[in-house]
Write a protein that binds this ligand. Sequence first.
Ligand SMILES: *Cc1c(COP(=O)(O)O)cnc(C)c1O
Length: 460
Amino acid sequence: MDANRLQHLPPVNEVLGTPTGRDLLGRFRREFVVRAVREALQEAREALLAGGEAAPGPDELAAAAQARLSAIAGSGPRRVINATGVILHTGLGRAPMPAGWVRTGYCDVEIDRATGERGSRQDHLREPLRWLSGAEDALVVNNNAAATLLAVDTLARGGEVIVARGQLVEIGGSFRMPDVIEASGARLVEVGTTNKVRAQDYLRAATERTALILQVHPSNFRLVGFTEAPDTGELARVAEELRVPLVYDVGSGCLFDTQSIAGLEAEEREPVVAEAVEAGADVVCFSGDKLLGGPQAGILVGKRGYIGAMARSPLARALRVDKMVLSALGHCLEAHLRCDEGGQPPAERLLRHDAERLRERAEALCAKVRAALPEARLSVEPGLAAPGSGSLPATGLPSWRVALSTDRPEAVARALREGEPGVFPLVRKGAVLLDMRTVLDGEWEELAQALMNLVRLRPG
Ligand SMILES: *Cc1c(COP(=O)(O)O)cnc(C)c1O
């Protein structure tokens, strides 16, 4: 080690005195600028000790400090382009939302306009949720995991919850039905076998401690072949006989018949919230950011007595949603009340995209990039997009992709992801694929630009 070389590093004050350093001092608090410079100096010191050649000068160190501060000050999720073809991609924030759905400034989230007294934040969306689901009452919480927890905790704490073995599912991100039931202080009673369960199984498992029957939609997997389970109507009759509520976790919160979507497999269908209510479930819960197409939220609809009991639970306060979520969800519900095509939530529009239009878009994108860079190795090919987030898991939606041939697909994909805005593609051996189904209307220019930058940087 050559200790002398360390002495070539400039002192903090000299770095602060550079044009970049002075600019940083004009924009950020001094203590944080000094800290960023110290960290840049420490990194340079370590590089020298590890055998690095030249000591960086004050301007270079100021630039390094600037990069650090900008990264920290610009934290939080950034906008990206989803070219994976997975519409409800949990890593990319599930349902995409338009800017107009976000409320800024003050709002009347919890106040009564007539009296000026404190009101309830749950009043805003009760009516649209009642109209859309046919239920008597509604409650919005943080997510569907919270909704399930609140339902079981309020209606079954200290008692027994009967669930079919084939419905004890794990949903991504370590949400396991048995754990949720345990966390809410109820005892889980499993009935049936993995593939078969009958109404009789529920009746036989009942004791005087039975508090609730829970039906769970096995979102992300399919049981096929020799299977049987009572439908919601049958379970509702069992629950009535046992004088306990039936709670149905339908998962995706679909308000429309998914069989109306072109290209879907005929036998695959998501439960529709209004049908679950109509069939007799006392409480139905679902996510806000899956097929509903809104912000992260958990929605409970059902009989007034049960919803009211949940709203009064101390847990409800801990699980409550913010004004921004209520505002976005309000816009999303309005979109479901409308009939004009442009009015649908973006996630539903993506589901209903016409595949032929996607092919035209893929070809236009290819042509644009090729016009600027004839050497680009691009082609257009068909593929299957997916609803995602456990919805309709066996289904592929016909789609079209732009394929960029490359020997280093992983490196190319990484460069795309790390761009601004980031582009998230699919990676295959020998190619990077951009699925057109999930690219939003305003993103075509940027996507073409990202591809052109890439081809310029990495010919071949
Ligand atoms: C997705 C899902 C959940 C979890 O919903 P979050 O809103 O992500 O908390 C719970 N139950 C079912 C059946 C699901 O599909």
